[in-house]
Design a protein around this ligand. Structure first.
Ligand code: SIN
Length: 284
């Protein structure tokens, strides 16, 4: 018996976990229960954890090996940790993760999941939203399912490359590499992927990194991808987290999209972020 309690936060995604303190050594039965809960609910929310950097890394390792992210500057103290920070003086500026995406899907091995640990949170705003891509797959209209079933989608590192580089002066809250032609390299992943832990199938496309569908040009793919993105982010597949300092959230990157809501100009926000890796490439 692990002793933790699991309370769903919506009908389709997300659960609050109570009865566990992750600041010290974690019993194997609790670690197992947390992993199981993550595969079942896709997003886990744990309040009042107040983890320091070392503790956050230890908790991350319960879910998988820590992964260093390319293209994004980590904190000075640790290459495996990113400081997701927006300052009160950062106004009218893009935030890290401020559009629907699954993390780094343009890599050959996209991460298995990520954690955010809340340090400083605006009084109002700065929520994060996740969407369950298993639910999105299971409710795909037949005409969309027929197009993506058995087909690969192509992902590129659009924000970091040349071909799809965002136009204009890109002021962002986080330092990241831009203009790298290597990031334009196309990576093929199944548009519907099978979760390695549960065998459940999930839609695996996102507006930040998916450029086209295999066998189609970008122009041919665009109206289909737009319909897929619209379906993938329907409110009934999503949960929205209102952060409190001390919160820890873990999510499964293989079966969710997420979105950082940028509605708190004039307030400070800081969360530390880690990522754990996947042993295998996405499988159909
Ligand atoms: C992200 O990891 O994409 C950012 C999430 C957030 O800042 O809410």
């Amino acid at each position: 018996m692990s002793g933790l309690t699991i309370k769903q936060v919506t009908g389709n995604i997300g659960a609050e976990i109570e009865g566990v303190d992750l600041s010290g050594p974690v019993d194997a039965s609790i670690a197992d229960a947390l992993r199981r809960a993550l595969w079942d609910h896709q997003v886990l929310i744990l309040h009042d954890q107040f983890l320091d950097i070392a503790q956050l890394k230890q908790v991350t390792a319960l879910f998988g090996p820590l992964q260093r992210l390319p293209y994004v500057e980590p904190i000075a103290e640790d290459p495996l940790v990113i400081g997701v920070r927006k300052k009160a003086t950062d106004k009218k500026i893009a935030v890290f993760g401020g559009n629907w995406h699954s993390d780094f899907s343009f890599l050959e091995h996209p991460p298995a999941g990520s954690l955010l640990s809340a340090v400083e949170i605006p009084e109002v705003g700065g929520d994060t939203v996740w969407s369950n891509q298993i639910a999105a797959y299971e409710t795909l209209p037949d005409n969309l399912r027929d197009v993506v079933e058995g087909r690969a989608a192509i992902h590129v590192g659009k924000p970091h490359g040349v071909k799809f580089a965002p136009k204009g002066n890109q002021r962002s809250t986080i330092k990241m590499v831009r203009g790298d032609p290597e990031a334009d390299r196309e990576t093929f992943h199944p548009a519907i992927r099978r979760h390695p832990e549960t065998g459940r199938r999930a839609l695996f496309v996102n507006p930040v990194y998916t450029s086209r569908l295999d066998g189609m040009s970008e122009a041919e793919s665009e109206p289909i991808l737009d319909r897929l993105f619209w379906h993938a982010t329907r409110p009934e597949f999503s949960c929205r987290h209102r952060w409190r300092a001390g919160d820890l959230v873990v999510w499964d990157n293989r079966s969710t999209l997420h979105f950082a809501v940028n509605d708190y100009d004039g307030s400070d926000r800081l969360l530390y972020r880690t990522t754990f890796s996947d042993a295998q490439r996405p499988q159909a």
